[in-house]
Design a protein around this ligand. Structure first.
Ligand code: GDP
Length: 525
């Protein structure tokens, strides 16, 4: 591909994830976006993934579910001259480290908030990871067709709870049964909510923010209240600041309802204008790789195991950082310096016929893997070795003691654990005193998958003893005294040999801190 053409392709890309708490409306909004993108809603795309309420022990069904989630884990469509990649961030019982790692592969994030509930715990966790990366974060306040919290309170919450400046792009005129639409200061118009008619109707605003056409809103108390609030915000609120938005220090806020498809397109149009195309990616030696560089490069941010024992392959998800992917190309896997031919590849492509199918920076490809890849691996073409910066470690919250059921089968047990831990499927800790294994995960599914794969791939039955929620805090080895350990703060080592405590709860952590005020405890992300 010519440089110019590559540049044009990269400029078109918008790669993002939707972060939210379960039930805020992520699935509903995703379906609306796919609809705008002309992707027909099919049974078995996004909704099907959620419809099942499977028993955890039923492996065939988990496999089915995971099978579906491979196809819906990256959704691509074309809209308004842009090529959009939405990366799914599994929630509910699928919540795992993969959910966090997916956020390493996007260029921006959309935060969906239930306007009746405000900011909820999972949103907060996912937000913090986006914030750490410094990527732009756009907010969609959802469910305005229901009674919602006062918009001013919702916007204040962004600043107070998340610590991000908010810039309302539009403002709701009422909510629930008295929802009348949006005062859209970004587009200088009123978007009227008319549930009885499908179409969107707009009333233009003049330079003073007044409606110029005959209308039934002026004189309406609810409208007047919205307008007064918007005026107040325009005078005393934050200035629109593209620089801050680019660094995730300010979030543009949109209101609407995904269910009745109101305000979603307004959001999408503005979002695609403001969100960044793929940018530079930093390597471990401090250089930055341009998305339009001639050589292909990318990194693996997630590995999904196939739960079917007949198909033990896995899919390694690659975020392309530069160059152009072509099927059958030879790349180098940096960690091993081995050459690998990319022939068995899933492309998550927009299914439009008129477009030439190319995968460039911002796009995701899935490599069928028989054990070559690890999370964080870099692949590249060309002579110059490349390693993108390490993916961060995330602090697990759930813990299990693990041991082999059959003590005669220690060997397969150790082999299995080692490989699964290497792959990044789960975190492993060993206790200081007895050297016992403890597994750490972000979500329950990681344990279930671990147990299943130990059995199926390594023929190792494992005993899992839940320890429940714990707070993991690393301690500087120089400050460590093994006597600090107790049943309420278990001392363990991570894979790198770094010491940490698993605290029973916040009280235990506070008690520890008051007893050892000079000891510094740190969380990973
Ligand atoms: P997810 O868990 O974030 O993917 O949430 P879903 O998209 O599955 O939505 C959860 C529930 O909220 C479903 O029953 C949706 O129909 C409902 N829902 C989603 N968006 C809206 C909305 O804008 N208004 C109302 N009233 N309900 C909504």
């Amino acid at each position: 591909m010519q440089k110019q053409q590559l540049q044009a392709e990269v400029d078109k890309r918008r790669t993002f994830a939707i972060i939210s708490h379960p039930d805020a409306g992520k699935t509903t909004i995703t379906e609306q976006l796919l609809l705008f993108g002309g992707i027909v809603r099919e049974a078995g795309t996004v909704k099907a993934k959620k419809s099942g309420n499977f028993a955890k022990s039923d492996w065939m069904e988990i496999e089915q579910k995971r099978g579906i989630s491979v196809t819906s884990s990256v959704m691509q469509f074309d809209y308004a001259g842009k090529r959009v990649n939405i990366l799914d961030t599994p929630g509910h019982e699928d919540f795992s480290e993969d959910t966090y790692r997916t956020l390493m592969a996007v260029d921006s994030a959309v935060m969906v908030i239930d306007a009746a509930k405000g900011i909820e715990p999972q949103t907060k966790k996912l937000f913090q990871i986006c914030k750490m990366r410094g990527i732009p974060i756009f907010t969609f306040m959802n469910k305005l067709d229901r009674d919602s919290r006062p918009p001013m309170e919702l916007v204040d919450q962004l600043e107070d709870v998340l610590g991000i400046e908010a810039y309302p792009m539009n403002w709701p005129i009422g909510s629930g049964r008295i929802f009348k639409g949006l005062y859209d200061r970004y587009n200088h118009r009123i978007e009227k909510f008319q549930p009885e008619s499908d179409g969107r109707t707009f009333l233009p605003l003049n330079d003073d923010g007044e409606i110029t056409e005959p209308n039934d809103l002026e004189g309406d108390d609810i409208y007047q209240e919205a307008k007064d609030e918007m005026d107040l915000i325009s005078e005393a609120g934050n200035q629109f600041d593209p620089e801050k938005i680019a660094h995730g220090d300010q979030t543009p806020v949109f209101f609407g309802s995904a269910l009745v498809n109101f305000g979603v397109q307004t959001f999408l149009d503005a979002y695609l204008k403001l969100a960044p195309a793929p940018g530079l990616h930093r390597t471990t030696d401090g250089t930055e790789v341009e998305p339009t560089a001639d050589e292909f490069s990318g990194f693996i941010f997630k590995i999904q195991a196939n739960m079917n024992p007949q198909h033990r392959d896995r899919i390694a998800f690659v975020r392309i950082c530069s160059g152009e992917f072509t099927r059958g190309m030879d790349v180098t896997l940096n960690r091993t310096q081995k050459a690998i031919r990319l022939s068995n590849v899933t492309e998550f492509m927009a299914n439009t016929r008129e477009n030439v199918q190319t995968a460039v920076a911002g796009d995701i490809i899935g490599l069928y893997d028989t054990g070559n890849f690890q999370i964080g691996d870099t692949i590249y073409t060309g002579k110059k070795a490349l390693q993108f910066e390490k993916l961060p470690q995330f602090t697990p919250e759930l813990f299990m003691r693990v041991s082999p059921k059959n003590v005669m089968k220690q060997k397969s047990f150790h082999k299995g654990i080692q490989q699964l831990v290497q792959e990044g499927a789960i975190q492993l800790y060993t206790t200081y005193d007895t050297g016992q294994y403890i597994l750490g995960a972000v979500g329950q599914l990681q344990f279930d998958v671990f147990q299943f794969r130990m059995q199926n791939e390594y023929n190792s039955d494992v005993l899992m003893e839940p320890m429940g929620h714990k707070i993991a805090r690393w301690i500087n080895p120089d400050q460590l005294d093994e006597k600090m350990s107790s049943s309420r703060n278990i001392l363990v080592k991570d894979l790198q040999g770094e010491p940490l405590f698993l605290f029973e709860n916040q009280f235990a952590e506070r008690w520890f801190q008051s007893k050892y005020p000079d000891v510094k405890l740190t969380a990973k992300l």
